[in-house]
Design a protein around this ligand. Structure first.
Ligand code: GDP
Ligand code: IMO
Ligand code: MG
Length: 435
């Protein structure tokens, strides 16, 4: 294990490389112990990062945490955590998570720093998220209904309300009313209890104020004195607003660009970029999914992998590993290595398929297409590989994996053109092979 951490530099980004839910939370949690700071850069409470670990007071018991907004590093008492400027902050979710940590005897005092530049999500953003989905009908995105789209829309329309605004409550209240009025004009004067929300926010303000700071400055100061920084990516490359399957995407940059703009750490400060890739593919919500399995096999993988959304509980769509997506994600993110997760879930399948290229009108596409029509009309070319029967969840050395499992891992490495340095074989901290 020591060897694995040794090869990583002082600042590492961990990014989702498919359609989210690749298992980012688990690796972040494993790495967090070795880092001084853990930082969320983009997205909001649409994320759901699951962590299982043995209760230190009762090792027979496994504890489960799902973080939506708070960096997963909060589980480690010596780690400072940062919510960067690129995040959209939902205060009630933040407080719920901090309270849950406290109930579990984790000291959160003075450990969380929130960017003064992050934008605030309000109840009406969530309401509008729902309204927009309803208006889209058949074409709805299948959002998490956490108000993400409307809040980022506010930000880019230059109407947004940032965390620092809350420090002067009178002015904040005025801004809030103006913003709500604008939305009401746009969406047909919907009913909304702003008094209740404003009362809540006035109270919340007292709790949140001590956490507010200029996090870009903080991070750069810490980097200067060689503190180790871990960036916790959210969502996934194919959900990125620019590079994903637009419009079936989230409303922020979940790729490496979002890390830079969402933290204020410049590119030359990020030494390693670890892509998290599931050994197969899943997607929750609507939108194209070329290697999807709409059959019993897809359902079997869903059950074996516990593929139900950590944020919404929705069943995740499942399919074969898509190496076109993998290679694209390596390129867009400049991944320096991959953590391949959930290999254990594929045990027992006779044959495994990997989607290796897309063919459109008899021509191979050189990369992932922009047009959803092209994608829909493309044919996926697969290779088949023999599966393995053995339970691999207790294996800790790469060489002890069944021959076919190693061949599968190495084939993925070869096609996506990036080294796989760790492999997930179960949900807990220990269930990982460092290659
Ligand atoms: P994230 O959003 O990328 O952090 O991923 P989620 O937490 O939404 O979903 C990943 C799920 O897979 C969680 O329930 C994890 O506990 C679980 N998981 C992560 N890595 C592995 C693994 O290697 N094997 C198995 N079986 N489960 C894993
Ligand atoms: P983590 O960090 C999986 C998906 C939603 C929907 C689309 C837009 O846990 O991997 P939004 O609420 O962001 O406007 O929804 O993006 N989505 C995710 N899917 N994992 C996530 O995060 C996601 N965050 C957003 O399901 O399809
Ligand atoms: Mg998730």
């Amino acid at each position: 294990m020591t060897n694995f951490f040794d090869h990583l530099g002082n600042s590492v980004a961990v990014l989702g490389s498919q359609w989210g839910d690749e298992g980012k939370g688990k690796l972040i949690d494993i790495l967090s112990n070795e880092y001084d700071l853990v930082v969320r850069a983009a997205g909001g409470a649409n994320a759901g990062h699951t962590i299982y670990f043995k209760d230190p007071e009762n090792p027979e018991k496994t504890k489960k945490f799902i973080f939506h907004l708070t960096p997963s590093g909060m589980l480690h008492n010596n780690t400072k955590c940062v919510i960067g400027n690129g995040v959209v902050l939902d205060i009630p979710t933040l407080f719920e998570e901090l309270d849950f940590l406290k109930q579990n005897n984790i000291d959160t005092q003075g450990r969380l720093f929130i960017s003064d530049r992050a934008h605030l999500v309000f109840g009406y953003h969530k309401l509008i998220d729902k309204l927009q989905e309803k208006m889209k009908g058949e074409k709805k995105v299948g959002t998490t209904k956490r108000g993400i789209g409307p809040c980022y829309t506010d930000k880019f329309r230059r109407n947004g309300i940032r965390v620092h605004h809350i420090c002067n409550f009178e002015k904040f209240e005025k801004k809030y009313q103006e913003n709500l009025k604008m939305f009401k004009n746009m969406y047909g004067n919907f009913k909304y209890d702003e008094k209740e929300e404003l009362l809540y926010l006035k109270e919340a303000c007292k709790r949140i104020k001590p956490m507010i700071t200029d996090t870009a400055f903080l991070l750069n100061q810490e980097a200067k004195i060689n503190k180790k920084i871990l960036i916790e990516g959210a969502n996934g490359a194919l959900l990125d607003i620019d590079h994903g399957t637009y419009p079936y995407v989230t409303s922020s940059n979940s790729t490496i660009g979002g890390v830079v703009s969402g933290t204020g750490l410049s590119t030359n400060k990020i030494e390693n970029i670890i892509g998290i890739m599931k050994a197969y593919t899943t997607r929750v919500g609507k939108g194209p999914f070329p290697t999807e399995l709409n059959d019993n096999l897809g359902a079997k993988i869903r059950e074996a992998g516990g593929e139900y959304g950590a944020t919404t509980g929705r069943p995740r769509r499942c399919g074969w590993f898509d190496a076109v997506v993998g290679k694209y994600s390596v390129m867009i993110n400049g991944l320096t290595e991959i953590n391949l997760t959930k290999l254990d879930v594929l045990s027992g399948l006779e044959i495994l398929k990997i989607g290796i290229s897309y063919k459109y009108m008899n021509e191979y596409l050189h990369s992932f297409p922009a047009s959803l029509e092209t994608l829909e009309e493309s044919e996926v070319n697969y290779i088949e590989m023999p599966g393995w029967k053995e339970d691999i969840s207790k294996i800790r050395n790469y060489n002890d994996l069944p021959k076919n499992a190693k061949a599968y891992v190495e084939k993925i490495e070869e096609i996506v053109e990036c080294q796989i340095t760790s492999i997930g074989v179960g949900v807990e901290r220990e269930d990982i092979i460092f290659k």
